[in-house]
Design a protein around this ligand. Structure first.
Ligand code: CA
Length: 462
């Protein structure tokens, strides 16, 4: 039967080439049916090869080989079901298999596309899961802050028991601070928002604090703690480059050093030395709109020293504010009353017996020092190392000595709510005694173990 098909294919092939073939069949001497066909040669009159035309032989050989391959492929496609079952002796023509292969290839391509889509969906779900986990961790941290006691308030005094506190020397406070300091939270990698050192525009949430930049170093032990800053809204003859400094160690801190620019500070040549009418106690002093604002020693008062007139132009008591070691930051140093400046004005950060050690934040009139508005937070003042205000939001630092500290809490005065943060903050010299924000330069000013440093920051876009 295969032979018959070979002959038919051969005849068909020759017909396609424009040649005429004659097919005959007859019984041979043994009774079997034999097929034969005849093709006239276009060029040869004789028949030199008794076996037939070589070209036709080659054609037939090729056809035989092709049929053999097709039969093999068809048997292979038949699989297990085809075994043991007599197969037809002829093979299916190649065109019947080739479309099947094409469909398989197309189906494979569709599966690849589907696989890619599912992988992309999987990646997206992974990102959303990670984001949700971080949100949950943040909410948990807000409810149960690090350190056990967290930012909660000091315990209530027993009924009838008068709250009391004992002023202590600086050395005692420093030792005490070692005990009360809250360990730094786990660090998070810097976010990918913006580039370091880039200028921010407008208000936003603090998302990054860069490495400290050293501008100068105090020459004596009196400068282990201190204050330095520029006025973000200076009044003539002062400029935004005019730099101010107070070395804050000692009981009679009265010298306010004025420098024409930070370069003079670095060289140690002040333009002028102001003598304050009252000694300064806290390292929370600031300069704003031509005034030097500070807490006079052993008082719950805030005073304004006019930098041009060189006199005190306003003094006002902060009602109930702790002072002289009652509610300091974790490092001690009589940092009970801390002043701050942001884009919106002048602030004072402190605590009261009524607030039981929680940070109270008040907005002050910069001329009269009257309290315009107050907010009572749930952040324990002794539990944090320092604080500053940006765009009406109070930020706190977890540690004054750890090189891997964090900005760990934020209290938003617009909403009256606080939340936990974990923005890395480096205490390079391991003793942060002052930290404030300059809204004109949008960077932090700090005093770290005799070193005057700044930190670039980055705010998120609103
Ligand atoms: Ca501060």
């Amino acid at each position: 039967m295969v032979g018959a098909w070979l002959l038919l294919w051969g005849a068909l092939a020759l017909s396609c080439r424009g040649e005429v073939a004659f097919l005959r069949h007859a019984d041979d001497s043994t009774g079997r049916c034999t097929y034969s066909f005849t093709v006239p040669s276009p060029v040869e009159s004789g028949c030199p090869d008794a076996g037939g035309v070589p070209e036709l032989r080659a054609e037939l050989a090729a056809l035989t080989a092709r049929l053999s391959r097709l039969e093999s492929r068809e048997r292979g496609a038949g699989g297990e079901a085809g075994r043991g079952i007599p197969q037809p002796q002829y093979a299916a023509p190649a065109p019947r298999l080739e479309p099947g292969c094409g469909e398989l290839l197309r189906a494979n391509s569709r599966l690849e596309e589907e696989k890619g889509r599912l992988e992309r969906e999987n990646e997206e779900l992974g990102r959303r899961l990670e984001s949700s986990a971080q949100e949950i961790a943040r909410l948990r941290a807000a409810r149960c802050p690090p350190g056990g006691e967290g930012p909660g308030r000091d315990p209530l005094p027993a009924p009838g028991e008068a709250p009391h506190w004992d002023p202590q020397p600086l050395t005692y406070q420093e030792l005490q601070s070692e005990r009360t300091e809250i360990p730094a939270s786990r660090l998070l990698e810097e976010t990918a928002l913006g580039r370091p050192g880039s200028q921010n525009s407008g208000c936003g949430e603090l998302v990054w604090v860069g490495d400290p930049v050293v501008f100068g170093r105090a020459e004596s032990i009196a400068g282990k703690y201190g204050v330095w800053m520029k006025d973000p809204e200076p009044l003539p003859p002062f400029t935004r480059e005019t730099t101010w400094r107070v070395d804050a160690v000692g009981t009679e801190v009265r010298q306010l050093l004025q420098y024409q620019a930070p370069e003079q500070l670095a060289q140690g040549y002040p333009t002028k030395v102001h003598i304050l009418p009252r000694p300064l106690e806290s390292t929370g002093a600031v300069v704003y709109r031509g005034g030097f604002f500070f807490q006079p020693r052993r008082s719950r008062t805030v005073a304004r020293y006019d930098l041009r007139g060189e006199t005190l132009t306003a003094q006002r008591e902060i009602p109930g504010a702790g002072y002289h070691g009652q509610y300091p930051y974790s490092w001690g140093g009589y940092t009970d009353i801390d002043l701050a400046v942001d884009e919106t004005g002048l602030w004072v950060i402190y605590s009261t017996e009524k607030a039981r050690g929680a940070i109270v934040l008040s907005k002050l009139d910069p001329e009269t020092l009257e309290i315009r508005q107050s907010w009572e937070t749930n952040i324990r003042k002794r539990g944090v190392a320092n604080a500053f205000v940006i765009c009406g939001t109070l930020y706190t630092v977890s540690s004054y000595s750890s090189p891997n500290a964090t900005i760990n809490f934020a209290y938003d005065t617009a909403t009256g709510t606080s939340r936990a943060l974990s923005v890395p903050f480096e205490n390079r010299f391991r003793y942060l005694s002052m930290l404030d924000y300059n809204p004109a330069e949008q960077q932090l000013y700090a005093w770290d173990s005799s070193n005057m440093v700044t930190y670039p920051i980055r705010l998120s876009r609103d």
